[in-house]
Design a protein. Sequence first.
Length: 273
Amino acid sequence: MAEKAFHSKIRSFIFISFGLILTFILVLVAIPISLFAPLGKTMAAIEKFWSGVLIRFSMMRVVARGMEHIKHNKTYIFICNHQSAMDIPLMMFYAPKQLRMIFKKELLYIPFFGLVLWLLKFIPIDRGNREKAIASLKKAAKRIHDGINIVIYADGTRSVNGELKPFKKGAFLLAIDAQVDIIPVTISGTINVMHKFGGILDVKFGQEVHIIFDPPISTSSFVIEQKDELKTLVNSRIAGNYEVIKHLSKITDKNLLDKVTRFEQKQHSVRAA
């Protein structure tokens, strides 16, 4: 048992190290390209290569459905649930469109990485400042009108227990403001590949993962005052799909379960105080 755990940690170390080296090399290639064509075919090919290699190296057994709903001549906001850091390469590889994410502004201050996010036209948002957050959404709306597809993890942070988290309103304000169709996306299983509370040596290989792209939802008939109705509609689509594939997100690792239990108890105490 101890030998198996040791081998698992060695594989995890190799995976993380390889992922970092691959990312660094491709970033060096991407920086000069991003100065002239951050959304061109060459950059799209680099992103597909990067995400595809990570998915294959993690040995994820991916079942992807619904890509036929996505038209290549249209721009969308992809709204999905969030389970793991592996959601990012999963979305980049299987979405038939080049994507840009809205991310928390703190990532901009990570040396080198923050520069790359800025060069590639990812959109930072200050979740602690309402006015700045609204300004970021306005900037995202402009990017969408320029033909950039946006992906938003509407629950704002990764799930720790395999349950869907409440969706935040920002994604739906943006969709109505930009008057662009929404593609609801449901992800299940990545939580068991790289858990939020797992260490860098706790990657689980060979996990089954499902990603479902729903038919687009038009926002043309919605006004800002109906943002909650739109949120409910998208949430119901994702929740309905998730019920069918939720079993893939059941956490069986005892150490992780203990961490999740302690975290939930702490959150409950904070809310009760």
